[in-house]
Design a protein around this ligand. Sequence first.
Ligand code: DHB
Ligand code: FE
Length: 327
Amino acid sequence: MARIIAGVTSSHVPAIGAAIDNRKTGEPYWQRVFSGFEKSKEWMEKTKPDVVIAVYNDHASAFSVELIPTFALGCAAEFPPADEGWGPRPVPVVKGHPALASHIAQSVILDEFDLTIVNRMEVDHGLTVPLNLMFGSPKEWPCPVIPLAVNVVMYPPPTGHRCYMLGRAIRKAVASYPEDLRVVIMGTGGMSHQISGPRAGLINSKFDKAFLDGLTRDPRKLARIPHVEYMREAGAEGIEMVMWLIMRGALDDKVKEVYRFYTVPASNTAVGHIILENVQRTTKSRRPASARGSAPKGRRAAAASPTLPSPASGGGKGGGLIVRSKR
Ligand code: DHB
Ligand code: FE
């Protein structure tokens, strides 16, 4: 039986991809951002999922204003890179998992979520930047990735509640897949940012940090946040955070937060990143039952974990609304 063992959130800032592709990750500005993902790459390397489901949004690379699916599930065997602006990034082709993807499509559609099935699709930085942050820059991505594209670009995006419930349906779908697969689900985009207009440069660390807390402890409360609140508090592009609720809905109610990182800014965006494990999760090198459940309790378990300490630089700029000047 397949199982979702953990969920990860990560930004998809295009400039992060440009920093990787142009070998600028060692520059102090970028070092601050990438240092927050060192432990995450170790975690991913140790966790070795059989499949990743990546909830992301397309930036007019695969879909334009001519076609705007609310939820589009990639069921193809391969997803070549593409991108706006500078063109395709020099990253490996994303290999899918058509059998599991088709099973998820069948299950969630019969559960009354009207997904669009996509059998040919290119994927942009919305997907490939989070993959780089979690896997580094390998020659081939180490496991199949099922893309789930969500419309958070054109009004109306789905509600947070709809996203959370879709996550629930995905969880059920994965659990009814007969093969014994360990699945990690990623929710990407975010956190607070506004790219254009008079409020361009808006970052709200207070909102972001409360959202991270809620993601671990009370996601149902986050699922009730209306669009207008995302717009007001987290900026126009802050709505990307509804994608994180698909990830969270796919996890158990009770999760262990094993890692968190927050820094401001990366390009125009607050970078927030969290790793949540289902408490019942097992790793490939199964830990004895006596070792399970002995992890430190409390919301910042990461801080007390010997394997995944929070990076010293992960603090961000304190709370409150920061409106930076437009560059
Ligand atoms: C930026 C962030 C995004 O999420 C995006 O889609 C485009 C640009 C930025 O920070 O520059
Ligand atoms: Fe974005």
